[in-house]
Design a protein around this ligand. Structure first.
Ligand code: ZN
Ligand code: ZN
Length: 338
């Protein structure tokens, strides 16, 4: 099959690799029909991560089921499904505690995600076939009226942004939201925050296109250099901007009793403004997203038209053009094949 390989910064290529085959009766094979990159992929492609190529990249897709293991009961060939970026069994103590990234069967050691060097033979999602274990649990069928291109990130960024905004906004009256963005993630967070009824949404970025998009989506847009002029008046703060300085600013801008969600993966320790945090009593949470836990709710929201994620799509690209298009990725490119 053809699989997209991250070779080295700004260089990707399609390589011929062996077709995966079912190795357990709970597995299925799926064929991705739409895929995207998240902010982490884009950091990898820019060379701003410790992950060096070559390895199969991609961990956001919507796919069609092509082959079922004999124990699979709830899926059928041809069905269109959202694929979580991580593998999980659904039955162990960690999965039952809604911590599927720490799945006792599949999550030993590194986060069990597709599309990274440690994914090994599981590969990435820019591929003709992807093998999914414990598929009855892992895969979430798309509701009938949901556009696969709208749901392309339901297995990662859409669920992640939902989890870092919506429950916090619903738990507070008149929540004032601050989002520090650097890619598509921040704009999805704006969409969910506005839809959840936030009293205000302030979006900080340094990209003119994303700042304009955020305003169109209902946020107040603030260029990153102006972040110093903001005062600590935010009840829900989401940091999706790399570097220690944005994280420290995010934490300092928390209002008393706020929650601050950090979604940037820091590969080194950074100092935190603990005196300011101690004063505000901010609840700080930094984590990968247990995406599978949130996917059914997110797909249900898409079916009800709560948000239209395609407003965040920066370009729609033919599948076969992914290697060239991703060499200089835009905020939220979506790739598809009929
Ligand atoms: Zn991701
Ligand atoms: Zn498990």
């Amino acid at each position: 099959m053809q699989e997209l390989i991250f070779e080295r910064p700004h260089t990707l290529s399609w390589r011929e690799t062996p077709d995966p085959s079912l190795e357990a009766d709970h597995e299925v094979l799926v064929r991705p029909i739409a895929a995207s990159t998240c902010d982490v992929d884009q950091a990898v492609i820019r060379g701003a991560s410790p992950f060096t190529g070559p390895f199969a990249i991609g961990h956001e897709c919507v796919a069609q089921v092509v082959e079922l293991g004999p124990a699979v009961r709830d899926l059928s060939v041809g069905q269109v499904v959202s694929v979580p970026y991580h593998r999980c069994c659904g039955h162990c103590a960690a999965c039952e505690a809604d911590l599927p990234l720490h799945c006792e069967r599949l999550g030993k050691g590194m986060i069990p995600s597709y599309g990274f060097p440690h994914a090994g033979a599981w590969g990435g999602m820019f591929a003709d076939l992807v093998r999914v274990p414990y598929a009855d649990y892992a895969l979430v069928p798309l509701p009938p009226d949901v556009d696969p291109l709208a749901a392309v990130s339901a297995g990662d960024n859409l669920s992640d942004t939902w989890s870092t905004t919506v429950p916090h906004i619903r738990a507070r009256r008149d929540a004032r939201v601050l989002i520090l963005g650097q890619g598509g993630y921040g704009l999805y967070a704006v969409q969910w925050s506005v839809a959840a009824g936030a009293a205000s949404v302030t979006f900080v970025d340094d990209d003119a296109g994303r700042l304009a998009s955020a305003e169109t989506l209902g946020a107040r847009a603030v260029p990153y250099p102006d972040v110093a002029s903001l005062t600590p008046a935010y009840d829900v703060v989401v940091n999706a901007r790399a570097g220690s300085e944005p994280l420290q600013r995010a934490l300092r801008l928390a209002a008393p009793g706020a929650v601050c969600e950090n979604v940037v993966i820091f590969f080194e320790d950074v100092s935190l403004p603990l005196f300011a945090m101690h004063y505000s009593g901010v609840h700080f949470h930094s984590s990968y997203c247990h995406a599978r836990t949130f996917m059914p709710q997110v797909l249900d929201e898409l079916a009800r038209g709560t948000i239209d994620p395609r407003l965040v799509e920066s370009e729609l690209v033919r599948w076969e053009d992914a290697a060239e298009a991703l060499a200089e990725p835009s905020s939220k490119p979506v790739f598809w094949r009929p």
